[in-house]
Ligand binder design. Structure first.
Ligand code: CA
Ligand code: ZN
Length: 299
């Protein structure tokens, strides 16, 4: 049986005092229906960004209280299925994003989903690659708006937040208070104009506590790789954070000597941008799983 949380159960900031939308057991099948990052305000090319009610931007569905989770626990969330809506939207916003200095025209474009492709301007067909922009748990204190990434997760806009992968968070409060929203039908690394193909969706997941206390989170696992994720005000700091966290994981968890870990990271690791357009930039460091296996380690 699957438990469903409908898309009217929204919140706009990850914080300890949120009222849970639902309580679920560890390992329970849960589906979250999500709104797009505009809460459905943009439906046609005539819905321009200046008409938006900014109090209804970046909603997440939830939060989901996961029974038996305590602060400091590592919560693994298996992203079993990530579905997207039949259409998505993109916008340009003068002054925003990496090209904000040269883009002067506000525009909205709608991309329809046709046979697993997004149709861009009636001519370019782009394979869909659904991913989750906002995903996280409540921090132990304070309030983090959903538009902001951080140690709790949030608006990381990381393309690895997709079907088949697992994401790990450090629980901040009892019940974890997990939520997700801001799905993209596709998005490139960097998120140059501050949006992907923004769409509504459905996340089918299971969450459970795993024995990995001290794991540098947020942390993500795909069938082929693992990645550490770090957000900071500059790309330099964010890169440094993601790299140091991977080195920490490889030395503390996989028991690879530091020099070897560094050399291997230099040989087969990949430093990648998640998004470089929010006040806090998000960077990840990817490392292949097969090397972990050579050291006798598996997640
Ligand atoms: Ca986002
Ligand atoms: Zn988005």
């Amino acid at each position: 049986m699957t438990t469903k949380v409908t898309r009217d159960r929204l919140f706009f900031a990850f914080e300890p005092m949120l009222i849970p939308a639902i309580h679920v057991a560890q390992g329970e099948d849960v589906v979250l229906e999500t709104h797009d990052c505009f809460e459905g305000q943009i439906q046609t090319p005539f819905d321009l960004i200046d008409k938006l009610d900014w109090n209804h931007v970046n909603p997440a569905t939830g939060p989901v209280y996961i029974e038996g989770t305590k602060p400091g626990d590592i919560l693994r969330v298996d992203l079993l299925e990530v579905k997207i809506g039949q259409q998505s939207s993109m916008v340009t916003i003068p002054g925003e994003g990496v090209l904000g200095d040269v883009i002067t025209k506000m525009e909205t474009t709608i991309l329809k989903l046709e046979n697993d492709h997004l149709v861009f301007k009636d001519k370019i067909r782009i394979p869909k690659k659904p991913m989750i922009g906002v995903i996280g748990v409540a921090p132990s204190s304070g309030s983090v708006p959903n538009g902001t990434p951080g140690p709790h997760g949030g608006n990381m806009d990381c393309t690895l937040m997709c079907e088949g992968n697992s994401v790990y968070f450090t629980v901040g409060v009892e019940g974890a208070l997990f939520g997700a929203g801001d799905f993209h039908a596709a998005m490139g690394d960097g998120e140059i104009v501050v949006c992907g193909a923004e769409t509504s969706g459905e996340l089918h997941f299971q969450a459970q506590v795993v024995e990995m206390k001290g794991l540098p989170t947020p942390f993500v696992e795909s069938p082929e790789l693992i990645a550490t994720i770090y957000s900071a005000f500059t790309i330099d700091e964010a890169s440094n954070g993601a790299v140091h966290r991977m080195a920490q994981f490889l030395t503390e968890f996989v028991k690879i000597p530091l020099n070897d870990a560094g050399m291997l990271m230099s040989l087969v690791g990949q430093l990648k941008f998640c998004q470089v357009v929010d006040p806090l930039k998000t960077v990840r460091f990817e490392f292949p799983k097969w090397i972990l296996a050579e050291y006798g380690f598996s997640l």
